[in-house]
Design a protein around this ligand. Structure first.
Ligand code: ADP
Ligand code: MG
Length: 312
């Protein structure tokens, strides 16, 4: 069973008011939005990052979920499970990274828990970092409220996260220093201001963490609709186009993940109110599998087989 199916089968029966069937990026109790996220060494980060960068990544990815409901962040709690041998220097640098995020997003620490793996595992134990973020969200935004005829838009260009990961892994040589894709991978920026800007107009929204097609697919599945994306309308930033000789840029843009832009649907007549967003597709009647199709300039179906990170 895949992760989403497991959550649906075993955890959905346990949820109540505000959980929205565990389909959304956040849970909301009244105007109060909440989301929790975990990053694990070797899975969500490589392990060579500085503690300062890890703090930024942890809160950046968590706040991205709050951005998807147009929330104003308020506070957060922190759960750390660490290998033995983490020293004070690590904590000093990590706390400075947290402070940077607090200053940038106007949040403060509420509490948390700190535990260590058994010393038997030694320094081979992973590092597990969790943050639960809280904010106020005056609009009622979910993944299951896309409507047929809506435009599908994104709040920024995708692909940087994937290219950054390849650079961070050393799979591809870096062309520039400092490197925009690398910085984006290490310290993603949540689209908080953009979330608030689009919130009054949005029907459905999610943040793009797994991959554009996969995450747009979550909106389509939850809303019982299909989505058609037009490849010529999907923006490709110049920085990643420079890597087209060594990387599959179409794959990066459609399926790469780690982007943390917002993907959302809005009625056609709201598009003129949106600034700095890209219209990339349309919501259509549910008809076929797959729920998301990508078409090229001549209408040919170029939907990728791999649509994004699969939770197993
Ligand atoms: P995101 O990538 O946006 O952080 P996830 O893919 O982690 O979201 O989770 C999808 C949905 O499943 C969310 O609504 C989340 O609250 C829920 N979920 C995931 N894991 C659990 C769990 N262990 N218990 C309860 N709900 C969970
Ligand atoms: Mg999310």
């Amino acid at each position: 069973m895949q992760e989403f199916h497991r959550i649906h089968t075993f955890f959905k029966p346990l949820c109540g008011t505000g959980a929205y069937d565990l389909c959304d990026d956040t849970a909301c109790l009244g105007d109060f939005a909440h989301s929790t996220d975990t990053i694990v060494s070797g899975v969500h980060f490589i392990g060579h990052e500085s503690p300062y960068q890890l703090a930024q990544k942890l809160l950046g990815t968590s706040l991205s979920d709050l951005a998807s409901v147009g929330a104003t962040p308020l506070t957060y709690s922190l759960n750390l499970t660490l290998p033995k041998g983490i020293d004070d220097c690590w904590f000093e640098s990590f706390s400075k990274g947290l402070q940077y995020m607090q200053d940038t997003y106007g949040i403060y620490l509420l509490g948390g828990d700190t535990t260590h793996f058994s010393s038997i595992l030694g320094e081979n134990a992973p590092m597990v970092l969790s943050a639960t973020v809280f904010g106020t969200a005056p609009y009622d935004i979910h993944r299951n409220t896309a409507q047929v005829g809506d435009a599908v838009c994104i709040s920024g260009k995708t692909g940087l996260g994937y290219v950054g990961l390849q650079l961070a892994l050393g799979a591809v040589a870096c062309l520039h220093t400092p490197s925009i894709p690398l910085e984006h991978y290490y310290t993603p920026i949540p689209h908080i201001a953009m979330g608030k800007h689009i919130a009054p107009y949005v029907h459905a929204c999610c943040d793009v963490s797994d991959g554009l097609v996969a995450d747009v697919g979550h909106i389509a599945t939850a809303s019982h609709v299909d989505i058609v994306l037009y490849m010529p309308h999907i923006p490709i930033c110049e920085t990643i186009a420079e890597y087209s000789h060594v990387l599959d840029i179409q794959h990066a843009v459609l399926s790469g993940g780690d982007d943390y832009v917002l993907a959302f649907t809005v009625p056609e007549n709201a598009i003129s109110h949106l600034e700095s967003c890209y219209r990339i597709g349309t919501v259509v009647q549910k008809s076929c599998d797959p729920t998301v199709r990508v078409l090229d300039e001549s209408g040919r179906d170029i939907t990728p087989k791999y649509t994004g990170y699969v939770h197993t």
